[in-house]
Design a protein around this ligand. Structure first.
Ligand code: SF4
Length: 430
C-alpha cells in the first residue's frame, strides 16, 4: 500500500487524565547511560562504541559484558589517565591516535560513536568537535558521531536515546516523491523486529523501516512523509529530533503484552487506513497465542502487589500490562521522568488510586516500600539485595531491557519474568 503524506491519519495527542504525581528530588540510584551500549552494540552490527572515560567506566562495561572479553567486542574504552585529567596532555591528539589505530585494526567498522562519560564531561572534552574533525579524516568509509553516556543526572536507558538522537541529523533525506513511510523507533532484538516486520507486511503497511537499522548504511530516511511510532518509552530526545526533521509521531501505548501490542499495531493500522476486518484477521491468531501464554502465569501473579522503583523508564507500560492482563496490583509506579505526552495512553489504563511518582528520594521511597511490603519490587541492582534481605522479592529492572519482551510472541516470557522470582521465593521458603 503506497500512501501520500496527506492520506496518513495522525491522531491528536490526548492529554492524560488528571492524576496527582508524587515528585521527588533527592538521592537517586541508577546506572549510567553507558549501559545502553550493552544492547546497542549487538544491534548495529558494523558500529563501534568508543567510550572516552575512566577505568571505572571500563570496569562497568567489562563486568556488565564479562562474557564478551574473549571475543572481538564492538565497544572499548579510551582511558583518561591522570595526566589527561590534569590537562597535561592534548586529549584531542591522543584520541586521534586511538581512533586511527582502532580503525586500522577493525576495517569492518562503518560507524564509530565517541561516547562521553562523567570524566570526559567534567574536563569538558568536546567530543562533538572531535567527531566532526575525525569524520573529515575517515569519511566516507567511516562515519563518526558522538553522544553522552555520562551518569551525571541520567538513567541508563537515556544512553539509547542519546545514541539514536545523534543518528537522526545524519539520516538520509527521503527521496523526492517518496510515499509515506512508517519508522519504528527503538532498539528491538532482531527476533522481535522480524515479527513486527511480518505483521506490518500482512497488514499491507509499508514501507516500514526500523531505527536503528542493523547496518550503518541501512539507516532509514526521514522527512515530511515519515510517520514514526515508538517501540520504547525512553526516547524523548530522539522523538524531538525526528519531529525537527519533519517526521510526525503516532501516539500509541507500548507493545508490551497482548493488549499493548494490539493497540500499538492498531494505531499504525488506522493511520495507514487498514480495514478493521483485515486488522482483526491478521492480529487474531498471534493475539490469542499471547493471551494464552500470559494466562499461564495469571494464577501465580493475580492479586499480587508490585512496587516499581524508578530506573528503566519502562515502569508505566509494564505496570499497565501487569495490571490489565494479569490482575496484579501496582502500589507505587516510580519513573525517573514522566513524559505525560508519551504516557497518556498508558496512564489512562491504570487504576486511579495507584501512586505514580517521578524522580527519586531513595531513602524515603525505600521506607514507603518497606511499609507497604509489596509481593514484588522492581528495582535497580543496587537496591535488590537490601530489599531481599528485608524479605521483599525483587526483579532487576535492567533485565527487562536486556530481554526481548515486546510483541505477541514474547508476552508469555514477559509475564514469566515476574512469576519466576515469586516462585523462587516460594521454593526457598518451603
Ligand atoms: S560514565 Fe560516570 S557513572 Fe558511568 S561508569 Fe563512567 S564514571 Fe561511572
Amino acid at each position: 500500500m503506497s500512501l501520500t503524506r496527506e492520506e496518513i491519519r495522525v491522531p491528536e495527542f490526548k492529554g492524560c487524565r488528571q492524576r496527582p504525581v508524587l515528585r521527588q528530588r533527592g538521592q537517586h540510584e541508577v546506572f549510567c547511560g553507558l549501559t545502553g551500549i550493552m544492547w546497542l552494540h549487538r544491534k548495529i552490527q558494523d558500529a563501534f562504541f568508543l567510550i572516552v572515560g575512566s577505568r571505572t567506566c571500563a570496569h562497568l562495561m567489562q563486568s556488565a559484558a564479562g562474557v564478551m572479553i574473549f571475543a572481538e567486542p564492538r565497544f572499548g574504552t579510551a582511558i583518561l589517565e591522570e595526566k589527561d585529567l590534569a590537562g597535561l596532555a592534548d586529549m584531542n591528539d591522543e584520541l586521534d591516535v586511538v581512533v586511527e589505530r582502532l580503525l586500522e585494526r577493525r576495517p569492518e567498522i562503518r560507524l564509530l560513536f565517541l561516547v562521553g562519560s562523567c570524566p570526559s564531561e567534567v574536563i569538558k572534552l568536546d567530543l562533538s568537535r572531535a567527531a566532526h574533525r575525525l569524520s573529515k579524516i575517515h569519511s566516507p568509509g567511516v562515519r563518526i558521531l558522538n553522544y553522552s553516556g555520562s551518569g551525571i543526572e541520567t538513567t541508563f536507558t537515556q544512553g539509547e536515546d542519546a545514541c539514536l538522537a545523534s543518528l537522526v541529523p545524519n539520516l538520509p533525506p527521503e527521496p523526492e516523491g517518496a510515499p509515506a513511510s512508517l519508522m519504528v523507533v527503538g532498539a528491538l532484538s532482531d527476533v522481535v523486529e522480524d515479527q513486527f516486520a511480518r505483521i506490518f507486511e500482512q497488514l499491507g503497511i509499508g514501507p516500514v523501516r526500523f531505527l536503528p537499522a542493523r547496518l550503518a548504511d541501512d539507516m532509514p530516511a526521514v522527512g515530511e512523509n515519515t510517520v514514526f511510532i515508538l517501540a520504547q518509552p525512553f526516547l524523548s530526545d530522539t522523538a524531538r529530533a525526528l519531529e525537527a526533521a519533519g517526521a510526525r509521531m503516532l501516539p500509541a501505548p507500548f507493545p508490551l503484552g497482548a493488549n499493548g501490542t494490539t493497540e500499538w499495531f492498531r494505531v499504525a493500522a488506522e493511520a495507514f487506513g487498514v480495514e478493521p476486518s483485515l486488522f482483526d484477521t491478521v492480529t487474531q491468531a498471534p493475539r490469542m497465542r499471547a493471551q494464552r501464554a500470559v494466562e499461564n502465569h495469571r494464577k501465580r501473579l493475580e492479586g499480587c502487589s508490585i512496587f516499581f522503583f524508578p530506573d528503566s523508564q519502562l515502569e508505566i507500560p509494564l505496570a499497565r500490562f501487569l495490571h490489565q492482563e494479569l490482575g496484579m496490583i501496582p502500589s507505587e509506579i516510580g519513573t525517573p521522568y514522566l513524559n505525560t505526552k508519551f504516557m497518556a495512553p498508558e496512564l489512562d489504563a491504570l487504576p486511579q488510586n495507584v501512586v505514580v511518582s517521578e524522580g527519586q528520594d531513595v531513602d524515603v521511597q525505600l521506607d514507603r516500600c518497606l511499609s507497604e511490603r509489596p509481593d514484588i519490587a522492581v528495582c535497580g541492582l543496587g537496591l535488590a539485595n537490601p530489599l531481599e534481605v528485608k524479605g521483599i522479592t525483587t526483579k532487576w529492572s535492567i533485565e527487562l531491557v536486556f530481554t526481548p519482551i515486546q510483541g505477541y510472541e514474547q508476552a508469555g516470557d514477559l509475564a514469566e519474568l515476574f512469576a519466576r522470582p515469586l516462585n523462587r521465593r516460594t521454593r526457598l521458603e518451603v
